[in-house]
Ligand binder design. Structure first.
Ligand code: NAD
Length: 250
């Protein structure tokens, strides 16, 4: 049980990578508090793993995040997973698209970390237990540019910068902060992006073609990395952009 004794909060845990990570953390013995804005997927998660606690949380709502944080037990792990893929280049990105992407992909993490960090630090001081934050970035970020990922790439680059800044500020106290940078992962929202393409069959082939391992990642390729980064196995790892991309960045 690699997360025995840990208490982990996960955002966007209703489906995709967040859900798989919630299940993986629970299997490894963590107390998991899984949040999302979608009550239906949270209900099915709870059915699938009754030990997982679930709560509705819109990470774009500062007041709701503050209120929710005040109800939490002290955390030893936080996985900020919420994010949105805007499709298009700069000319397809209106100011509202920019603001939405930065709000959901970046500012939400600032909100959740700022609201939960004081209790995390207090808990660390009181118990001597280390804590770990994992922020969801992407290979499409400061690591590599992709077509039609203008504001997505910019926002995920900001996640990496924010992660490194937090890692630098709190390394001495033993709080770690890392960013996770997956390649293309087969999740409900990816299926939506494929279905929305002019030629969905070709779109799926194109996503696969850019991954040297010749397939899409599954959520089970990514969740073990979340477990690793939240566990004490990674206790000397901080400020890193951890790439799990089937070789795209080779
Ligand atoms: P997804 O996009 O299929 O699901 C997203 C989840 O976020 C949904 O459950 C949704 O209800 C929730 N959500 C949306 N707005 C929210 C809000 N305001 N507050 C709380 N929850 C909200 O899941 P996914 O594809 O696994 O993506 C999860 C994260 O992984 C995102 O940050 C995404 O950018 C990142 N990522 C995904 C891929 C990929 O190929 N799927 C690759 C790299 C990074």
């Amino acid at each position: 049980m690699r997360l025995q004794g840990k208490t982990v909060l996960i955002t966007a845990a209703g489906q995709g990578i967040g859900r798989a990570s919630a299940l993986a953390c629970a299997r490894e013995g963590a107390r998991v508090i899984a949040t999302d804005i979608n009550p239906t997927t949270l209900a099915t998660l709870r059915e699938e793993a009754q030990a997982i606690e679930t709560a509705l949380l819109d990470v774009r709502d500062s007041e709701a995040v503050r209120r929710f944080a005040a109800t939490l037990p002290p955390l030893t792990g936080l996985f900020n997973c919420a994010g949105f893929v805007h499709h298009g280049g700069i000319l397809e990105c209106e100011e509202a698209d920019w603001d939405f992407s930065f709000d959901l992909n970046v500012k939400s993490m600032y909100r959740v970390i700022r609201a939960t960090l004081p209790a995390m630090l207090e808990q660390m001081k009181a118990s001597g237990q280390a804590a770990s934050i994992v922020n969801m970035a992407s290979m499409a970020s400061s690591l590599k540019g992709f077509t039609n990922r203008f504001v997505y790439g910019a926002s995920k680059a900001a996640v990496i910068g924010m992660t490194k800044a937090i890692a630098a500020d709190y390394a001495k106290l033993g709080l770690r902060c890392n960013a996770l940078c997956p390649g293309t992962v087969d999740t409900p929202s990816l299926r939506g992006r494929i279905a929305a393409a002019a030629d969905p069959v070709q779109a799926e082939k194109d996503f696969i073609a850019r991954q040297p391992m010749g397939r899409l990642a599954t959520v089970d390729d990514i969740a073990p990395q979340v477990v690793f980064l939240l566990s004490d196995e990674s206790k000397f790892v901080t400020g890193q952009a951890v790439v799990v991309d089937g070789g795209v960045l080779i």
